[in-house]
Design a binder for this molecule. Structure first.
Ligand SMILES: C[C@H](O)[C@@H](O)CC(=O)C(=O)O
Ligand code: MG
Length: 434
């Protein structure tokens, strides 16, 4: 029996993370981690789909409004089966089917964030209807089925459906063994939780010490507000980490190209594995110029790369060493699949963005798919972990000794607790009325 999508509920959920400066960086000093939270209501009482996109507070209402506009035109009244039968084509229709809504993108900004919330809710619904997690739904698919989920518009010059099939078939035989390995050993992670820029140096040192004791081998530091301060903080982190563990740095787009080069030449003494978002996220050639002039420090970027075309060009230009795609900034999982496959073709490791509410959960599904069914490699692959707000989700994340273990409950992992939706609704949830 077909599953009909009867209605959609969209909530503006905001968490007051700015109170403790959680999530703070050089560009985003006071962010209130927020979600545009979508529930797809079906004709089955016991079956709904849950998805979200991430913002940092003000503007979340714009995403709520955009979700409603898209859902009215393209989702309500459809069946899950007709959508998933040719998911790539549906995705194309959602982003391009209405030229008036497309105009306020295209495929970027608020309208694309809204696309992500809807698309990810559809994946959650699909996975729940199959009683699987999203990552398991994906790894169990035949290569042809994965490819059918992708809209290849604008990328066939670097990746055709046939090439995508070849990439997926290449590693098909080892999938079961790699899946088992993930349950046994988990996927390597790194923590950003100690390095927020608003934390005092003492707090950062304590958190870094704790992170080492907890088994983390990779830690990310926020930089870019003040170079002297960055160096002081990096020295503290090196004291705590030693030199065998990896230190990453994230400038959150604060520098111009020349500033980035100058800063990283100074910060190179702390042996960073990568510098993340050293400049404007749209400046592909700028990233390439920085990469050429800072020795062997890697360039990591992607959390603000808004669509597959950006990634295509970053790969073509050799301007990205670590692909930090964001599961809720790209237009949901269908577009993520396109980027994961392009990354595999160019040999760039996928280390998705986790710094936001629900992003660690989404990204865990993505890295499991990437490792099990696409890249078959753990080399240079680490998944970001931030340690706040996870208690708001129904399924807990399992992290042991700095490694993530597979999600196991059906869906995409972002269903929020009912009490959370009441308490953190903007502007009249209990937390905000207080
Ligand atoms: C505003 C967010 O917390 C941002 O700092 C996250 C980020 O850049 C990351 O996790 O990386
Ligand atoms: Mg970042």
């Amino acid at each position: 029996m077909a599953i009909a999508i009867k209605d959609i509920s969209v909530k503006d959920i905001r968490f007051p993370t700015s109170r403790n400066l959680d999530g703070s960086d050089a560009m985003n000093a006071i962010s209130d981690y927020s979600a545009t939270y979508v529930t797809l209501i079906t004709d089955r009482e016991d079956l709904k789909g849950y998805g979200l996109t991430f913002t940092i507070g003000r503007g979340n209402d714009l995403c709520v409004s955009a979700v409603k506009s898209l859902a009215e035109l393209f989702v309500i009244g459809r069946t899950l089966e007709e959508i998933t039968a040719n998911f790539g084509q549906f995705w194309h229709e959602l982003v391009s089917g209405d030229c008036q809504l497309r105009w306020v993108g295209p495929e970027k900004g608020v309208i694309h964030l809204a696309t992500a919330a809807i698309i990810n809710a559809l994946w959650d619904l699909w996975a729940r209807s199959e009683n699987k997690t999203v990552w398991k739904l994906l790894v169990d698919m035949k290569p042809e089925e994965v490819v059918k989920c992708i809209d290849f518009t604008y990328i066939t010059d670097v990746l055709t459906p046939e090439e995508a099939l070849t990439l997926l078939r290449r590693v098909e035989s080892g999938k079961a063994q790699r899946e088992q390995e993930m349950f046994e050993y988990g996927f390597p992670g790194y923590t950003t939780a100690a390095g927020w820029l608003g934390y005092s140096e003492e707090k950062m040192r304590q958190l870094a010490r704790q992170a080492v004791a907890d088994g983390w081998t990779h830690l990310k530091q926020k930089v870019g507000a003040d170079l002297e301060q960055d160096m002081r903080r990096a020295a503290i982190l090196r004291e705590e980490l030693g030199w065998d563990r990896k230190l990453m740095m994230d400038a959150n787009q604060i520098w111009g190209v020349d500033q980035a080069i100058a800063a990283m030449r100074k910060l190179a003494q702390f042996d960073p594995l990568w510098i993340e978002e050293p400049t404007s996220p749209d400046d592909i050639l700028g990233h390439a110029a920085i990469k050429a002039r800072i020795g062997d420090i890697g360039i990591a970027t992607g959390e603000h790369a808004h669509n597959r075309v950006m990634f295509k060009q970053f790969f073509q230009a050799g301007a990205m060493d670590f692909c930090q795609l964001d599961p809720a900034r790209l237009g949901g999982l269908n577009e993520v699949l396109a980027v994961v496959l392009m990354a595999a073709k160019f040999g760039v490791p996928v280390c998705p963005h986790g710094g936001g509410v629900g992003l660690c959960q989404y990204s865990l599904n993505i890295v499991l798919f990437d490792y099990i069914a696409v890249s078959a490699s753990l080399e240079n692959r680490v998944l970001e972990y931030v340690d706040h707000l996870h208690e708001n989700f129904e399924e807990p994340l399992v992290i042991k000794r700095g490694r993530y273990y597979p999600l196991q409950q059906p869906g995409y992992g972002v269903k929020m607790k009912a009490q959370t939706l009441l308490d953190y609704s903007w502007p009249d949830g209990r937390e905000w009325l207080n």
